[in-house]
Design a protein around this ligand. Structure first.
Ligand code: GDP
Length: 315
């Protein structure tokens, strides 16, 4: 049974990836800081406690588990928060990745080689001049989060050039009912559900004009799994290829909840507007579609509807 080690296993995408790999028959281990099991983490996942900022303890866990493949999904994942916590962002999203790469690279070799899969982000491209972006779009981040992810992405390429089966998967925004409300999609769908229920009066948002390429998180977990299973390593953009404004998301969410007259239910607060914000992110995932047969099962409207339906039934 191949052994997987996941960081970020209790997060949205990590928990979907754990389910995906367990279903494929992998022995799945997870590293997490907390000593309690998050309800999202399947019972079959074997948990190891380590703070990724504690480099030696983390390296010891990697040596003990000795994974065939390590998937690194742990990160300080909020672009907005990265402006308030730039040092912690660079430590967890940057230096900790160097530590994990070194730890995997130092394990005894196995047939086919050990695998390393990095969850990179569209934020590495920042305000790109080209749309859609591909694996060869210049890396030019515009916030501390993107800069930390850019460092890790480039470092993964360096380890691959040096012989490690290390891949970097450039994930565009991916959403689901497991998304925390710190992200705009869940803030909108949970808010719309509460407005329908009468427990919230309005949605308070920032920049409504930014365009994002929103996909379905379980599809992105599938992409990460396929990359880890591939005998060859590469960089891959994972996206739907469709972009929509935040305002379009708001309209679609209200519409999915049966509310047509929503303009007066939305207020803009400059506190939620960021110092810099990429205008449009849209990814071209031709490479992973052709090389590994990946295909998204849901795009924009399907994602919005699934999230609103979930929040209407639970919130
Ligand atoms: P990100 O793309 O990984 O930063 O994901 P987010 O869901 O946090 O943000 C997506 C886009 O929504 C960005 O362009 C934000 O500026 C925009 N946005 C507008 N209003 C809000 C808000 O109230 N909260 C968040 N998180 N984002 C907002």
């Amino acid at each position: 049974m191949p052994v997987a080690l996941l960081t970020g296993v209790s997060g949205q995408t990590g928990s979907y990836l754990a389910e995906n790999l367990l279903a494929r028959g992998w022995d799945v281990h997870g590293i997490q800081r907390e000593d309690s099991r998050d309800p999202l983490v399947p019972a079959a996942v074997r948990l190891h406690q380590a703070d990724l900022a504690d480099f030696s303890t983390t390296a010891e866990v990697v040596a003990e588990v000795s994974p065939d493949t390590l998937w690194n999904l742990a990160a300080l994942s909020s672009v907005a928060a990265s402006w308030n916590r730039p040092l912690e962002t660079s430590l967890l999203n940057g230096a900790a990745v160097a530590n994990l790469l070194q730890a995997v690279d130092g394990l005894p070799s196995i047939p086919g080689g050990r695998g390393f899969v990095q969850a990179a982000s569209a934020e590495i491209f920042g305000s790109a001049d080209v749309s859609p972006q591909t694996e060869s779009t210049p890396i030019r981040p515009v916030n501390p989060y993107g800069a930390s992810k850019a460092y890790a992405h480039v470092l993964v390429g360096a380890y691959r050039a040096a012989g490690l089966r290390a891949s970097s998967v450039v994930l565009y925004n991916h959403e689901s009912p497991r998304r925390p409300e710190a992200f705009v999609t869940r803030k909108i769908t949970a808010g719309v559900a509460r407005i329908v229920r009468g427990t919230q009066s309005e949605l308070v948002l920032g920049n409504l004009d930014a365009k994002r390429d929103w996909g379905w998180a379980p599809d992105y977990a599938e992409a990460l799994a396929l990359v880890g299973l591939s005998p060859t390593a590469d960089d891959y953009v994972v996206a739907t290829g469709e972009s929509h404004t935040i305002e379009e998301f708001v309209a679609a969410a209200f519409s999915a909840a049966g509310v047509t007259d929503w303009q007066d239910l939305v207020r803009i607060d400059p506190a939620f507007v960021r110092p810099t914000d990429a205008v449009e992110m849209r990814g071209d995932s031709t490479r992973i579609r052709h090389a590994l047969g990946w295909n998204p099962t849901l795009a924009f409207s399907g994602v919005v509807e699934a999230m609103v339906k979930h929040d209407l039934s639970t919130s």
